[in-house]
Design a protein around this ligand. Structure first.
Ligand code: TMP
Length: 206
């Protein structure tokens, strides 16, 4: 039996990472075999690419290089980890996936969406997530939450307009793919967010 592929998206500070762990525990309680992973990253090579992508020590990179590195990391991750796990019937929970490339490199950086779609097809063929949780909150609140946690990466140094464009792109994708998208209002406190996440998960499982 094939597993399921569930992705988690949103601007920084929406509680994505905390809630993935909660979902993993809930699914494990229901007897599912879980793989927790993230993008960019998830394999040794993809994590090495992540270090380059998020480094603040390296000079600024061209936006095309950034996009191609995201998809290079994704190709490795997909072939070496995600697809084999799904074939074994595991549930793969992935902290960000290709929708982040549409939101950050497309919405944020302004790269033509058609070029991203070409790479998506090239790397994934028809493979898409079964479900996507979008942790939605206004970019200002999200960014200040992320910054209060400490160290920022290269993306978190961008200005607020960059994150407003990303949020708008995510909401546009959610509206266009309402069958797989579950929008969580992450403006609320953690307990309320967890409740929404749990309710959504139960509806997926039922
Ligand atoms: P994280 O902070 O959620 O681990 O994600 C790392 C950063 O990488 C985050 O700022 C979003 C960014 N990113 C992209 O710009 N494009 C992508 O395709 C992915 C997967 C992440």
């Amino acid at each position: 039996m094939l597993g399921r592929f569930i992705t988690f998206e949103g601007v920084e500070g929406g509680g994505k990472t905390t809630n993935i762990k909660i979902i993993a525990e809930l699914l494990q309680d229901k007897g599912k075999n879980i793989v927790l992973t993230r993008e960019p990253g998830g394999t040794e090579i993809s994590e090495a690419i992540r270090d380059i992508l998020l480094s603040k020590e390296l000079p600024a990179m061209h936006q095309d290089t950034e996009l191609l590195l995201m998809f290079a990391a994704r190709a490795e991750h997909l072939q070496k980890k995600i697809l084999p796990a799904l074939a074994q019937g595991k549930w793969v929970l992935c902290d960000r996936f290709t929708d982040a490339s549409y939101a950050y490199q497309g919405g944020g950086r302004g790269i033509d969406i058609k070029r991203i779609a070409t790479l998506e097809r090239w790397v994934q063929n028809d493979f898409r997530p079964d479900h996507t949780f979008l942790f939605d909150l206004d970019a200002e609140t999200g960014l200040s939450r992320a910054k209060s946690r400490g160290e920022t990466d290269r993306f978190e140094q961008e200005d607020i307009e960059f994150f407003n464009r990303i949020r708008a792109k995510y909401l546009e994708m959610a509206a266009q793919n309402s069958d797989r998208y579950h929008v969580i209002n992450a403006q609320h406190n953690l307990a309320q967010v967890q409740q929404q996440v749990t309710d959504t998960l139960n509806s997926i499982l039922s």
